[in-house]
Design a protein. Sequence first.
Lengths: 250, 296
Amino acid sequence: MNAPLPTRRDESWRYADLKALEPVWAKLTGPEQITVPAGETVSRQIAELPVIDGVGMIDLDVTIGDKATFILHVLAHNADYGRIQVRATLGNGSHFELGGAILGAGKQTLEIVTETIHAEPNATSNQVVRSVLADTATGSFLGRINVARHAQKTDAAQSVKSMLLDRGATANAKPELEIFADDVKCAHGATVGELDKQALFYMASRGIDPVTAKKLMLQAFIADAFVSVDDDAVRDAIEGKALEVLEGLS
Amino acid sequence: MTISTGVTYRLKNFELKRNQMLKIENLHATVGDTEILKGLSLEINAGEIHAIMGPNGAGKSTLAYALGGRPGYDVTAGSVTFTPLPLAGGAGGGQTSDEAPPLTPPASGRGTDLLALDPHERAAAGIFLGFQYPVEIPGVSNLQFLRESLNAQRLARGEEALSGAEFIKLAKEKAALLKMDMDMLKRAVNVGFSGGEKKRNEMVQMGILNPKLAILDETDSGLDIDALRTVGSGINAIMRKPDKAVLLITHYQRLLDEVKPDFVHVLAAGRIVKTGGPELALQLEEEGYEAIAEAA
Ligand SMILES: Nc1ncnc2c1ncn2[C@@H]1O[C@H](COP(=O)(O)OP(=O)(O)OP(=O)(O)O)[C@@H](O)[C@H]1O
Ligand SMILES: [Mg+2]
């Protein structure tokens, strides 16, 4: 990467593990450019990050044409420091869909950082991120939404929920809205919680052992991130991978 | 407090010596720092239905939770011995025990120390807890939940898991018994269910899991008049069996008109203070708890 190493002063890097990033920074390449032609649909699933020296980075710069759709599903798990960074620029009447799960344990720092640019009117975006964090892992979602002055009828939604399995785990959720148009819908919801103890006992009272009960609840929790996968086989594959990772979390 | 043991009953073609299923002795339990159960004793034989009534805050739900092993409900003294009759055959699970159950009385000393088991092991041993406030589990469907539950119990007992088709057949049968729409069973566990629907769902679960001992905590509260009848006849159909027993916690005579108890106990201030037959419930209805607790 030619650009200088980011600093924490840069809002979108405030939760990043810069110490881990520094030694590999030069080996990273710039963002991958993706263009979705007008009227078309492109889907991408990322179940593993490409990792160099413990750092996994995905950097996408997506231009979504008029009435086109870009659908991205990601799983952030396999890196000491993992970052999925997406910049999506939406054309007239287009749609950007993001479903992401952050599954962290140990000392992992994992983040999904999006910049959604509603540059033209009538476009919609929907981002659903679910994090499950064990031990002292940190999971963050930073979602910036820009709505240009003439981008009327924009509908941009974000739903971010985190589940902390241990006291030392940290979840950050940070929406950032810059809206210059007036006829705009921006729904944002963020929650942080723990496994529901009452539900765990309820399940136990029916004969389900604690490990299975936990698994069922976590599986249900992250499923929200993948409901938007059209293809059943693809959804099963990425959910299956997520489940495999979940089983490894303490 | 001891209740008739050793009575001989004539039953279909069997001569059955009543079998003690649950023996609670001097149970003390605390919630937080407060002692709620203060030396509660109770014995339940197979084939019996026991009602527990008592004022709000007496410790009825605490008893149910302590028997179920809920974390935070700490048993500080006393014992609970659970001695279910051996389970009828292996295959075709969730089967009712309509056919002749194996009525061999358990060898003495065969009882399980219930308090030593984890909650899920208590369920597999044959205990079912009907919750006063059934819990919602977002994102987990009733059918998935029940199939996991039933198969976990069956595997724990060394029985084979039910196939998807076998399970659906069983679920349909029990849902019909409780007049519950199958579509409800496809929804997430109790999420968005009305109070009455949750209670009815508890009974569908009981039907599918087919326990030996059901502890039903105010299953009647929140039910409309028709639902109360349905639930009452459901309890009779599922649990009125020579090898099963029910501990029915209730505030109302109306459920007891449907599910006729063999014994009625009054629980006040953490103990059983009075035991009688069905007439005791009527007397309570007339006179209230205070008079009876004082006379005891
Ligand atoms: N988590 C708790 N912390 C402190 N006290 C508790 C807790 N749970 C229950 N208690 C107390 O224990 C006592 C017994 O409660 P319990 O729920 O067993 O009563 P109950 O007989 O079931 O009453 P009801 O008829 O109202 O259902 C009550 O005084 C209640 O306030
Ligand atoms: Mg109660």
